[in-house]
Design a protein around this ligand. Sequence first.
Ligand code: MLT
Length: 358
Amino acid sequence: MKQLISTADLTVADVDDLMRLADSFAEVQTRDVPKVPALRGRTVVLAFFEDSTRTRTSFDLAARRLSADVLNFSVASSATKKGESLRDTVETINAMGIDAVVVRHRSSGAPVQISRWTDAAVINAGDGWHQHPTQALLDYYTIRQRIGGLDGAKVAICGDINHSRVARSNVDLFTKLGAEVTLVGPKTLMPPQTSDWPVTVSHSIDDVVAEVDVMYLLRIQTERLSSGLFPTVREYRSRWGLTLQRASALRPEALIMHPGPMNRGVEIDAEVVDDSRCVVLNQVAAGIPIRMAVLYQVLGPGRFEDTAGDQVGVSTDAVVEQGGQAEPTNGAKPLSVDATEVNLEADSQSAIKEASCQ
Ligand code: MLT
């Protein structure tokens, strides 16, 4: 694995490797000094062109716990504000000799475009409506810890599907791992081409709530929304929110998930967040070992590739310093959702134009 742009880049075997690595890193976090030297001497740049709290801090901690040097690039205090283009910014950072760049950008396709301008490994930390692959991985890690896995599991993803990169990443990863996914929400917040997606669609949360193993809620992405796509917050809550009453219809062992930030009283009632089935903080905690695993896979000394460039295995020896086993992957084929209505090429161009015009 040389970079991570989309969950569609991952085979089932890749995901299994990442989960095993994350298990090792989760153990590291229980130590008095939760740090390993696996990425000593490597430099990781966090280039966040869009706001973020949990993803940025989680990548930051993950890189530091692997002993990498971390450079936080903030748009607010950068030359981007003075009109520098995205390309010039990337080439400038690249010239400093970096090993990986973790990118968040409001335009879909920006990480792909950036990967053309740098030899450093590019990790997508969320681009527009397109993808948020580490979110999908940490969500799967949380599910795997709580209910063992996704094979045959029923998952409802409820909310503003159309504007959500998390929905696209999670549909791709969860269905690849055997889940049956139902998208739930108002018609106006559904992507126009869900017939191409391996999902069923429902416009009623009440029809699915009692059936699911995982109820995954999404906030309304007001920053990406044109007006008039849903009536009022109050009506949204009453028709599609996970209210206390609806939560009582969920199965006792079902999980309630949300990528955050949550809007309490809109897509989820405040009391539901305190329900023992709600694993939102477990998701946040899972972010660190998962992002350590991703950074290690793209940069670490344990990675090796065959001559065709396919990943064939990973050793965790250097990670936990107590002898992980290298296991060959089985070469499973990647499945993919036709992830997006977003035209990547066009959006990449607009990403560049937007950045140049700032
Ligand atoms: C994201 O970056 O997409 C978040 O984790 C989810 C959200 O912003 O609603």
